[in-house]
Every structure is written in structure tokens, then in C-alpha cells.
Design a protein around this ligand. Structure first.
Ligand code: ADP
Length: 405
């Protein structure tokens, strides 16, 4: 099948086109500054990238531009847009309603809209993209793929917060977790790569990008994850605080008279690495730390320590550990960060092969970086959320026996 995947933000549309028969990506790109002046598309086929300035009022116009490019004589990859069999839409929050990818109809759109209260920055933009794409491509199936779905297997004792029950009963305040497609994909790949030794699999996957999360995966199922009701909980991220005593928020609200909007901006955009230093970019932080910059050194140490604490906690949650996976920008490209995280954990049976670790950069291929004597396998697996989306779309269509034109 030829599948178009869309990931719509408030002012951007990321897209990719897959041929699922070969698992190959035919094209990918991003429309930036949707609804603003100076909109443009960066469109990549293979290693060839073109950047085209466009006028782009809204998501519908953005998607129309993308479709035109896909069949253009110079940069196109299809003869006719009818070759696209289905569209997969990334949706950030599926709440407790969606435990797997789902064919989109009006009812599903309504639920995604209702769930906007839980993800006010993401679900409305995702929905705008869905509505625009269904308008432009009305004859083919559209499938929603949820960031939260993989974590719907968490047991209640892990997903509930110790707050008044009414908050959960009436408002569904609980841990949901995110980056589900990434954690699912890399854990499946690890199980394939390690084969028989993974029959009883206790895996920790570390998605270390700008957003950072860690998941405990037992026999293929997520049993705990670090992000919560929102992506703010858990590890230290590029611009998000991660775990924090809620008392800090109350204290700062009172002492500086901060509004919810101001707090939101501080905790989501001005905290984490950028809060401690002046950059959210791990490359800069690693470089400055080696040059003796104290704040960078501290930020690195804090981020590493938080990851180590979670590895300890999740090893207990899993009742042991067979494999650790590193993925996303930092996980795939930073031997330094991986080394800092793992070097003191030999008492857990974790032993890094330093040479293999140094070589595992560039996010191109799956690599095993544990020493032969390590009880716990350590893997670097480039994440491929778009491919998982495309495969999921195909699975849903085949499972539900949906006819494609
Ligand atoms: P996003 O969550 O936006 O998809 P990415 O997965 O692209 O983020 O990860 C971005 C992070 O990866 C940034 O902190 C960046 O500095 C870091 N990163 C990328 N390459 C390297 C590298 N070679 N060494 C250290 N960090 C890296």
C-alpha cells in the first residue's frame, strides 16, 4: 500500500509517503509557517531536498500543496494522487478511549475534539489536519495513530496519581504517557534483533530527544512510562522540567503571582536544559561541559542522574532487565550521554562496549553496544515513527477488511 502520514502542528504539517510492501519511504517533508507569512515546504526525495516558498493560509492549503508536489514532474514520486491508498494521522492524545490506531469517522473526530482539554496545544491542530485531509482526500480511509495508545496497558496502580479519586473519576486525571509509537517500534525491533533470548523480555527504552521519555516494557507491553497526564512529567528535557515537587508550583504562583499561562510557558518552554543553561541543545551542552562551563556540566549531570534513577526504578518494576534501548536525537547520536548513563551501572549487569558505543552514531542502523559479558543487552535503534504509523494504518485496514479504492 502507498500510505501518506501526516503530523499536523499548529503552524506546521510534517508528511511522509511510504510503500509498505517494501517498507520504504518514498518522500518526506514539512510545510512550515502554516497560516503565517513566509510559508515554505521542504520536500525530500532520497537525499535530494528542495525548498519552495508558498502562500499557505491554513492546513487544507498546506495539504493541497503537498499533494501537488507528490505528483509534480520535477520532484514528484507518484504519477497520480489516486495511488495513495490511505492516510495516517498522528494524534497526540487518545485518552482512555483509544487503545489502538482507529479508522476516523465523525464520531472519532468528536472524541479527539473532546480530548483537547487534556492536550490543548496538540489535539486541536491534529484535528484541523484530519478535517483538511478528509476534505481533500475524501475517498480513501484515514486512520488516527495515537501517541498514548501503546501505554494503555499500564496497570491502574501505575497510572493513577495519589490525588482525590474524584479528579480521576470526573476529569480523567491520570498518567497517559507519550512517544508510544517510538517506544513500540524500538522495542519490537529489539525483540526481533535479539531473537530467542527475548522470549521473556524485560526492556527499558529511552527516547532521548528534545522531548524525553523512558518506558518499562514487559513481554511487549508498556507497564510504566515517565510522561504523565501531559508530556511534562518525568525526565529532564530540552525545555521541560520533568518531575517536580508540585509544592514548587504553588510557592512560585504565590510569591510571583504567576498565571496558569505564565507557569505553562515556564515549565514547558523555559525549564529543563534551557532553564539550567541557556540552550536546549545537548550538543552545545556536552561541548561546553568539556570546556569547563559549570552550568553545562551541572545540566548534563542532572539529566544523566534522572535517567539513572528511572532505570533503577523500572528495573524493579520489571523484576529484572534484559535490554536497554537508546533512541531519538541524543540516544542515537551521543556516545558521551550513553556512556555517562551506563558507566556506573555494572552492578546491574550492564556493561558497555566502549568501542561499539563510540561507533554508534548517525541514526542510520540498529547496533548492539553491550560487551559480550554484559547480562543486559544495550542497543541503539533509530526510531522510525512514520514507518510505524504507515504499518499500523495498513494493519488496521487489513484487520477491519476496509476496501481501498
Ligand atoms: P525532537 O524531540 O524534536 O524530535 P530529536 O529527536 O531530533 O528531537 O533530538 C534533538 C536532540 O538531540 C537535541 O538536544 C540535540 O542536541 C540532540 N543531538 C542531536 N545530535 C546529537 C549529537 N551528535 N550529540 C549529542 N546530542 C545530539
Amino acid at each position: 500500500m502507498i500510505i501518506l502520514t501526516l503530523n499536523c502542528g499548529s503552524s506546521s504539517v510534517k508528511y511522509s509517503v511510504f510503500n509498505t510492501a517494501h517498507g520504504t519511504m518514498l518522500a518526506r517533508g514539512i510545510v512550515e509557517r502554516v497560516g503565517l507569512t513566509g510559508s515554505f515546504i521542504s520536500h525530500t526525495v532520497g537525499t535530494h531536498e528542495v525548498k519552495i516558498e508558498i502562500k499557505c493560509l491554513n492546513h487544507k492549503v498546506a495539504i493541497e500543496h503537498v499533494l501537488k508536489l507528490l505528483v509534480s514532474s520535477s520532484d514528484g514520486i507518484l504519477e497520480n494522487i489516486t495511488e495513495v491508498n490511505a492516510v495516517g494521522h498522528r494524534v497526540v492524545h487518545g485518552g482512555e478511549f483509544f487503545i489502538e490506531s482507529t479508522i476516523i469517522n465523525e464520531e472519532v473526530e468528536d472524541v479527539i475534539a473532546e480530548l483537547s482539554t487534556l492536550a490543548p496545544l496538540h489535539n486541536p491542530a491534529n484535528l484541523q489536519g484530519i478535517q483538511a485531509a478528509r476534505d481533500v482526500l475524501p475517498k480513501i480511509p484515514h486512520v488516527a495513530v495515537f501517541d498514548t495508545a501503546f501505554h494503555q496497558t499500564l496497570p491502574e496502580y501505575a497510572f493513577r496519581y495519589a490525588i482525590p479519586s474524584r479528579w480521576y473519576d470526573e476529569k480523567k486525571i491520570r498518567k497517559y504517557g507519550f512517544h508510544g509509537t517510538s517506544h513500540f517500534y524500538v522495542s519490537q525491533r529489539a525483540m526481533q534483533l535479539l531473537g530467542d533470548s527475548m522470549k521473556k523480555s524485560r526492556i527499558i527504552s529511552l527516547h532521548l530527544g528534545n522531548g524525553v521519555s523512558i518506558t518499562a516494557i514487559k513481554d511487549g507491553k508498556s507497564i510504566d512510562t515517565s510522561m504523565g497526564l501531559t508530556p511534562l512529567e518525568g525526565l529532564i528535557m530540552g525545555t521541560r522540567s520533568g518531575d517536580l515537587d508540585p509544592g514548587v508550583i504553588l510557592y512560585m504562583m504565590r510569591s510571583e503571582n504567576l498565571s496558569p499561562e505564565e507557569l505553562d510557558a515556564i515549565l514547558n518552554r523555559k525549564s529543563g536544559l534551557i532553564g539550567i543553561t541557556t540552550t536546549s541543545d545537548m550538543r552545545d551542552i556536552e561541548k561546553k561541559a568539556t570546556e569547563g562551563d559549570e552550568k553545562s556540566h551541572l545540566a548534563l549531570k542532572m539529566a544523566v542522574y534522572r535517567v539513572q534513577k528511572y532505570i533503577g526504578a523500572y528495573t524493579v518494576a520489571l523484576g529484572g532487565l534484559n535490554a536497554i534501548i537508546f533512541t531519538a536525537g541524543i540516544g542515537e547520536n551521543s556516545p558521551t550521554f550513553r556512556n555517562h548513563v551506563l558507566k556506573d551501572l555494572e552492578f546491574l549487569g550492564i556493561k558497555l562496549d566502549e568501542k561499539a558505543n563510540k561507533k554508534a552514531i548517525g541514526g542510520k542502523e540498529d547496533q548492539i553496544i553491550s560487551a559480550d559479558s554484559s547480562d543486559v543487552k544495550i542497543l541503539v535503534i533509530p526510531t522510525n515513527e512514520e514507518l510505524v504509523m504507515a504499518q499500523d494504518v495498513e494493519n488496521v485496514i487489513l484487520r477491519r477488511n476496509i476496501k481501498i479504492p
